[in-house]
Design a protein around this ligand. Structure first.
Ligand SMILES: Nc1nc2c(ncn2[C@@H]2O[C@H](COP(=O)(O)OP(=O)(O)OP(=O)(O)O)[C@@H](O)[C@H]2O)c(=O)[nH]1
Ligand SMILES: [Mg+2]
Length: 221
């Protein structure tokens, strides 16, 4: 081979396939881990401030006598949410993602390694506050809840159809504020039905507790 004949090869990387493929494998391992320990795992997603933590607090208050509960809190920084839920007598692991706008399956696996899973029957995972990124990353859970609320304006469902589609249950939270905000909750629910006609949609106030028992029923807890 002389100097002018160089070997040239090209590798095409499909970053999405690569990244999501690796995450799907890690998520499948998490599913196995949950199954092995008889744990029901629930991923709770939604924009910043829709009431994910408050919903988990309300669920923990009703369920902690019945189940041994672990909460994983995903946030870029701080232990604020983990501290809030811990104050309800529930064990927590905070996952600080630094720059990542979502949890991925590997982060959840690392968090699960911090505890003895034989101690738990239910794991609530609060994803990073964001209605876009978390949808693409399976965590290996049994159920995915998306929390929207009446304080985000009327268009968030129409603008984020993919996240809605990925959910198993949609919570419309903060219904105690509907009148004050003159919010058209029927129109929001219709937007959800437009994306998925069969999607279970529950109207909830995590603050007053309205709708929480129904959610527990739907989750078979
Ligand atoms: N009125 C009313 N306020 C609520 C309800 N749920 C949550 N809030 C309030 O909304 C604010 C945000 O609630 P959080 O539970 O912290 O929301 P979050 O989705 O966990 O927020 P991030 O973790 O920052 O993404 C808090 O001041 C809550 O008290 C509700 O059902 N009704
Ligand atoms: Mg929170």
């Amino acid at each position: 081979m002389n100097g002018s004949e160089r070997r040239q090869k090209t590798v095409e990387i499909d970053i999405r396939k690569d990244l999501f493929g690796a995450n799907e494998n890690a998520a499948a391992l998490n599913t196995e881990i949950f199954k092995k320990h008889g744990i029901i795992a629930i991923d709770i997603m939604g924009s910043v401030g829709t009431g994910k933590t408050q919903l988990i607090e309300a669920l923990c208050d009703r369920l902690r006598e019945k189940y041994r509960i672990l909460m994983l809190a995903g946030d870029l920084a701080t232990t604020i949410d983990a501290d809030r839920v811990a104050s309800h007598g529930v064990d927590t692991v905070q996952i600080n993602t630094g720059t990542a706008c979502h949890l991925d399956a590997r982060m959840v696996k690392v968090a699960l390694q911090k505890v003895d899973l034989a101690d738990y029957q239910v794991v609530f995972i609060e994803n990073v506050g964001n209605l876009i990124c978390p949808a693409g990353y399976s965590l290996g859970v049994d159920k995915k809840i998306v929390v929207v609320s009446v304080t985000e304006g009327p268009y968030m469902v129409r603008k984020h159809p993919l996240t809605i589609k990925h959910a198993d249950i949609i919570i419309i939270n903060k219904i105690d504020l509907v009148n004050a905000l003159e919010f058209d909750i029927d129109a929001l629910e219709a937007d959800i039905r437009e994306v998925d006609a069969k999607m279970p949609v529950l109207r909830v106030s995590s603050k007053t507790g309205e709708g929480i028992d129904k959610l527990i029923e739907v989750l078979h807890l």
